[in-house]
Ligand binder design. Structure first.
Ligand code: ZN
Length: 465
C-alpha cells in the first residue's frame, strides 16, 4: 500500500544533505527502466485480467537472465497470479532463506482523469509518471532487476533468496494468502523484506528527515451496525426511530477513547521521532516512550491525527445508510465503523467494547470481513544492521525509525503465517510527492536510481555471510 510515508514526515528536519549521487546511473538501470515501462503499460488493476501477463513477462526475464525453469513459478490464483523465483545459494551460511515481497497489481486509474496516460511511463521534470510507479511497480522492478544483476555478476548467495510477488494486494490479498498456504514450500523463509512499505521521508527542500521501517500492522476491520424498526407514515412519528437510535449510538462511539497501548515497537518509534519533532509534540513523544501511561503525553499525541493510531485502537464512523422515502419512518438505519486495532487487543474484544459503549442490544453488528490479526515483528539485529548500512551508504547518519502501519500490506499475511516481515523500501519522498492510489502518481527519478542501489546493497549484504 505504501501510504505511510507522508504521515511520518515530521515537522522538523535534521538538515542532512540529500544524497548527491542518487540520480547517477547504476548498472542495469536501463534494464530496470525497460521493466518498469513494460509493467506500467499493463493495467494490472482488478478486473482487467493483466496480472498473469505481467507475471509471465517477468518469468521470461528471469529465464533470459539465467534462472532455471524449476526455480520460476507463475502461480495462477483466480483471475490473478503470484510469482515466485528462487535464487539458489550455496547454503554455506547455514541460514534459512529470505523472502522478498512486492505486488504486481495496482489500484485502477481512469485515463480521462489523469493529466498524462496513467498506463504509459512518462519522464518529465525529474519524475517518472504512471500508475504504480510508487505503489508498487518500482519495488517489484528493483527486486527483479537486482536478481538479474546479481546473476549476471556471477554472484552466489550464501542462503537462498526468494522473490514472492502477489497479484491482488490492493484488493483481496487472496494471492498473498496462497503464497503462505498452498505454496508455503516455495516461500518458507526466516523473514520477509517487503518493498511495499517503509522508506525515507524528505523535507520540502530535499534534505532527509528520517528513514522509516515498517515492522507491524494494526488489525483492520469494519463493522456494519444496523438498527431496524417497523417504520410507518412520517405524518405519525413515534418515539422509536431507527435514525435517531443509530445517531445516538454513533455519538457515543465518537465520544469514546480506547485505552492507550504501547509496545516495544511503538515506544522505539516515539523515542526515535522525539528529537525530530518540535515543541509539545516532541516532548510528548519522549515522555510517552518513557512512560506510556502519562496522561498529558497521551492527550498531546492524540491531538495529532497522524499519531493517534500509534497510541492505541481507533474506531471511526465512515459510512451511513438509512431510510427509504422522505415521507416514511425509516425501517432501517446502518453505519459502517472502521477500526484499526492495536496488535494484541483482538477484533472480538474490540467489538465487545463497542457494544458496551453503545449499550443498545437492539443494534445488530456485522463484521464486514474476517480480520487478519498479527503480532508485531521483533526488531531483529540482522535486519536492522543490513538496513542501516544500506540507508547510511546513501544518507549518512539519518535516523532509522521503526513504525507500525495502520494497515495493511502483504506483510500481514506473512506475519500471520509466522514469518516476520519488515517493510524497507528504498524510495525517499517528500510529502508533496505522495500520490499513491491517487491521480498523477509519480516517482522522483532520483528515487528510481536510489531504490535500485538500495536493494542491490540489501540483497548482497543479507546473503553473504
Ligand atoms: Zn502497495
Amino acid at each position: 500500500m505504501l501510504k505511510s510515508l507522508s504521515t511520518l514526515a515530521l515537522a522538523a528536519s535534521l538538515g542532512f544533505a540529500s544524497a548527491a549521487s542518487a540520480d547517477e546511473k547504476v548498472p542495469f538501470s536501463d534494464k530496470a527502466m525497460e521493466i518498469l515501462r513494460t509493467a506500467v503499460g499493463m493495467r494490472t488493476a482488478e478486473g482487467h485480467g493483466n496480472v498473469p501477463k505481467l507475471a509471465a513477462y517477468l518469468a521470461e526475464e528471469f529465464r533470459k537472465g539465467g534462472f532455471p525453469e524449476e526455480d520460476i513459478h507463475v502461480l495462477p490464483v483466480g483471475d490473478t497470479a503470484a510469482l515466485v523465483v528462487r535464487y539458489r545459494g550455496d547454503g554455506s551460511s547455514g541460514k534459512r532463506p529470505v523472502s522478498l515481497s512486492a505486488h504486481m497489481d495496482v489500484v485502477d486509474a481512469l485515463p480521462e482523469d489523469w493529466e498524462r496516460d496513467p498506463f504509459t511511463l512518462i519522464e518529465e521534470d525529474g519524475y517518472l509518471f504512471g500508475r504504480g510507479v510508487l505503489d508498487n511497480k518500482m519495488g517489484m522492478t528493483s527486486l527483479t532487476t537486482t536478481f538479474l544483476r546479481l546473476k549476471a555478476e556471477g554472484y552466489v548467495p550464501k542462503r537462498d533468496l526468494i522473490i514472492a510477488f502477489s497479484g491482488d494486494e490492493e484488493t483481496g490479498m487472496v494471492s498473498t494468502q496462497a503464497l503462505v498456504n498452498e505454496y508455503i514450500e516455495l516461500t518458507d523463509s526466516e523473514f520477509v523484506l517487503n518493498a511495499d512499505a517503509g522508506g525515507g521521508a524528505l523535507a520540502p527542500d530535499g534534505s532527509v528527515i528520517s528513514y522509516n521501517m515498517q515492522a507491524a500492522e494494526k488489525t483492520y476491520i469494519s463493522f456494519e451496525m444496523t438498527v431496524t424498526n417497523p417504520g410507518g407514515h412520517s405524518s405519525r412519528p413515534r418515539d422509536d426511530n431507527a435514525i435517531y437510535e443509530l445517531a445516538q449510538a454513533l455519538t457515543k462511539i465518537q465520544a469514546y477513547k480506547f485505552p492507550a497501548r504501547s509496545s516495544e515497537l511503538t515506544r522505539a518509534f516515539f523515542k526515535a521521532s522525539a528529537p525530530m519533532a518540535s515543541g509539545d509534540l516532541g516532548k510528548a513523544m519522549a515522555k510517552f516512550a518513557e512512560d506510556p501511561t502519562d496522561k498529558w503525553a497521551i492527550a498531546e499525541l492524540r491531538s495529532h491525527p497522524e499519531y493517534v493510531g500509534t497510541t492505541g485502537t481507533t474506531c471511526v464512523a465512515t459510512m451511513l445508510k438509512a431510510g427509504h422515502a422522505e415521507n416514511a419512518l425509516p425501517q432501517s438505519a446502518s453505519a459502517v465503523v472502521n477500526c484499526r486495532i492495536f496488535p494484541g487487543v483482538g477484533a472480538e474484544a474490540t467489538l465487545n467494547t463497542l457494544k458496551d459503549v453503545v449499550g443498545n442490544d437492539a443494534i445488530t453488528w456485522r463484521p464486514m470481513k474476517d480480520p487478519v490479526e498479527t503480532a508485531a515483528s521483533p526488531l531483529r539485529d540482522d535486519v536492522w544492521e543490513v538496513l542501516e548500512r544500506a540507508v547510511h551508504a546513501r544518507y549518512p547518519g539519518v535516523t532509522i525509525v521503526p513504525y507500525m502501519e495502520s494497515g495493511g500490506t502483504d506483510g500481514m499475511h506473512f506475519r500471520s503465517a509466522g514469518i516476520e516481515s519488515y517493510g524497507i523500501s528504498g524510495i525517499f519522498l517528500k510529502g508533496s510527492d505522495m500520490f499513491a492510489h491517487g491521480l498523477n502518481e509519480r516517482l522522483p527519478l532520483a528515487s528510481f536510481y536510489g531504490d535500485l542501489e538500495h536493494w542491490y546493497m540489501i540483497l548482497k549484504d543479507i546473503s553473504d555471510d
